[in-house]
Design a protein around this ligand. Sequence first.
Ligand code: HEC
Ligand SMILES: [Cu+2]
Length: 356
Amino acid sequence: MHMLLKRLGSLLVGRKIALRLALATFVLSGTVYAGPDQVTNIFKPLSTPAESVYQAALLTLAVCAVIFLIVGGLLAYTTIRFRRRAADDGLEPPQIYGSNQIELAWTVLPVLIVFVLILVTSRTIADVQNKPAAPDSLKVTVVGHQWWWEIRYPELGIVTANELHVPVTDIAKPRQTFLRLESADVAHSFWVPQLAGKTDLIPNRVNMMWIEPKEVGTYLGNCAEYCGTEHARMLLRVIVHEPDDFARWAGQQAATQQQNGAEDPQVKAGRDVFFSTSCVNCHTISGTSARGRFGPDLTHLMSRDTLASGAAPNTAEKLRAWVRDPQTIKDGSLMPNMQLTEQELDQLVAYLLTLK
Ligand code: HEC
Ligand SMILES: [Cu+2]
């Protein structure tokens, strides 16, 4: 009796842990949240390709759940029904070999199920992949770098990094964004779960994907293909605007191919620091002699919410810490510590803050 109680007790504790785990998974999976701006979630698609993937996934999950219930149920039934009893004679039960009907059934049924899943999956893949780009769709080139995203709008003359701005779609007037994916070094993968499935960015190859976000807001994503030390800090934001807001954003970014702070005498000292160190070899500030392409374009640095691909919020304080020693924020980052003095740092940051 005592043993039984003890066993029952440990079983209950086990249940409690299982329950907590289940609850945590539920919360983490974001099921309780809705809309963008939240935890990334494949079960809350807000864009056409993500919806197709979601529906195919639901079907697969449902089929697997039914199989699991049947197999698990039969297993539980036989374990209990034929468990060892006190009156057992201890002899082997009768052994039965071969039944054409049963063997045929458990071969043909799974084949049929797999076949249905293959058909549904390939239709979904084809639907997403073969979609032609409408003439008015937005075209963006995304280049994966260790460990940040270069984002170019060739038709709008905009270059930015890590934060992709796109317009929201409209049922009356659908508007997609087509992404041309390239890599500057190793393989990366573009993944914003609420917008679309993963697509790899592969060196010497161009991959295409598209998104059609249906709600305004910020969607979170990340690199989904291990690409080196800082892969985990290669985050991605997609900011979806109302069409007017998008046009305004694009106008601002494109029109100000300006020399931000170029004339401002107050930041001359910082500008001199920037242009006399090798910052210019790795970074571009449009309209100036800084034309490096190894690091992110800094023309509109302060228009971004985050620094270094989501590694830190873009505040004056973090910006200073970043330039002082990038490794303190993103250990292993390919931007070196430039060994500037505290005074040079103050001046430089004052200049960088004018790049709006
Ligand atoms: C050897 C090339 C190199 C040099 C030199 C360099 N950087 Fe960088 N910089 C990078 C790379 C690469 C990144 C992206 C790091 C990441 O996100 O992992 C970066 C990121 C940045 C960022 C963050 C940009 C963003 O949008 O997140 C700022 C700001 C910056 N650098 C400023 C500077 C300044 C100022 C200097 C000169 C004092 C400088 N860099 C020198 C390569 C360089
Ligand atoms: Cu990666």
